[in-house]
Design a binder for this molecule. Structure first.
Ligand code: GDP
Ligand code: CA
Length: 320
């Protein structure tokens, strides 16, 4: 079974770990990863979401934190600080630096990001095919007010430096309109048996992937059932600040509102948490079949059960 997953960072990666367990070696999983969070720091190209997926599935992730490397140290960052070179607000550890150095070196030698990602994955063996959504540079920016001035800042500055506490007036995936899907992306979607939206951020993770021209249409036109899992439970994000970016795009922070934002032309089924059972009717009224199941990824078994629920649902809504 060929499964394609549109993934952000932590929510996507934890779900993928469960999906791998649920399908075992027969499952052929292709991950289309968000690269809108990518940023250049210290002259290096950093791809936070691709790395979170790669480290999580490859066994190198800092488990409690959910991003970055396990057993990390921060000597380079401390040395940079002594030179007065920042930014200090982005937590790059020594082990992590090695990944970004290899990536930047390969990009500098002319390899596209998709080839670089494949090379990095040769070490980590994530057990999925990890494709960046695009080889072209796309950077999510947030239109905000800084010191009384309206300006656009990089998503990481908004999210990590300001903890999403400054107003977000608009979210702009800069470069997306001219970006092309990376090699293999449209093919994977066309050949998929099932397409899944994990409980990733609907605006700045899945939304950014869908903003790359051609991807949304490939998902919508695919013969495969498309099933999404809500990252919102009981009117709040399970983790992080998704409510802030939802508000910026005028979407209520509820499982039902997120389903409706994707819409019935895109998704064929939507899973909400049991706590949101009451919203099933609202989602179905919008033409999207909906079920309530436990959606807390407390451990790998719980994530695997969610993946099985999504795959069962896919079979139930599959068009003959
Ligand atoms: P990021 O790029 O690291 O922010 O990660 P993603 O975009 O992939 O996922 C972030 C989303 O995952 C957040 O909106 C969270 O609400 C959601 N999330 C995290 N843990 C869980 C969980 O256990 N269950 C559900 N349903 N959503 C979760
Ligand atoms: Ca992210």
């Amino acid at each position: 079974m060929r499964i394609v997953v549109l993934a952000g960072g932590i929510g996507g990666a934890r779900f993928l770990r469960g999906l791998k367990q649920a399908v075992g070696p027969e499952g052929e999983i292709t991950v289309i990863g968000n690269t809108g969070d990518d940023i250049h720091l210290f002259g290096l190209k950093v791809c936070p979401d691709l790395d979170t997926v790669m480290y999580t599935l490859g066994g190198g992730i800092h488990e409690e934190q959910g991003w970055g490397r396990a057993d990390e140290s921060f000597s380079i960052k401390a040395e940079m600080k002594e030179y007065g070179v920042g930014p200090e607000w982005f937590g790059l550890g020594d082990r992590d630096f090695a990944t970004h150095i290899v990536r930047t070196q390969m990009l500098g030698a002319g390899y596209p990001l998709s080839a670089v990602t494949e090379a990095l994955c040769a070490r980590w063996q994530p057990g999925v095919r990890l494709l960046p959504m695009s080889d072209d540079r796309v950077e999510t920016h947030v239109v905000t007010d800084v010191d009384g001035e309206r300006k656009a800042v990089h998503f990481q500055e908004y999210w990590v430096k300001h903890h999403a506490l400054i107003p977000a007036h608009a979210i702009v995936p800069v470069g997306a309109e001219t970006a092309k899907p990376a090699p293999g992306v449209l093919e994977a979607l066309a050949e998929a048996d099932v397409i899944l939206f994990p409980p990733s951020n609907p605006v700045v993770s899945v939304g950014t992937i869908l903003a790359v021209p051609g991807i949304r249409r490939a998902v919508a036109q695919s013969a495969a059932p498309v099933i999404g899992l809500s990252p919102i439970i009981g009117g709040a994000p399970v983790r992080g600040m998704a409510d802030k970016v939802l508000e910026a795009v005028g979407v209520e922070t509820t499982a039902a509102a997120v389903a409706k934002r994707y819409g019935s032309d895109l998704i064929d089924g939507w899973l909400v948490d049991e706590a949101d059972e009451a919203s099933v009717a609202e989602v179905e009224a919008a033409g999207i079949p909906c079920r309530a199941v436990p959606l807390w990824m407390t451990d790998v078994d719980a994530s695997a059960a969610m993946a099985r629920a999504a795959l069962d649902f896919a079979e139930a809504v599959r068009k003959p």
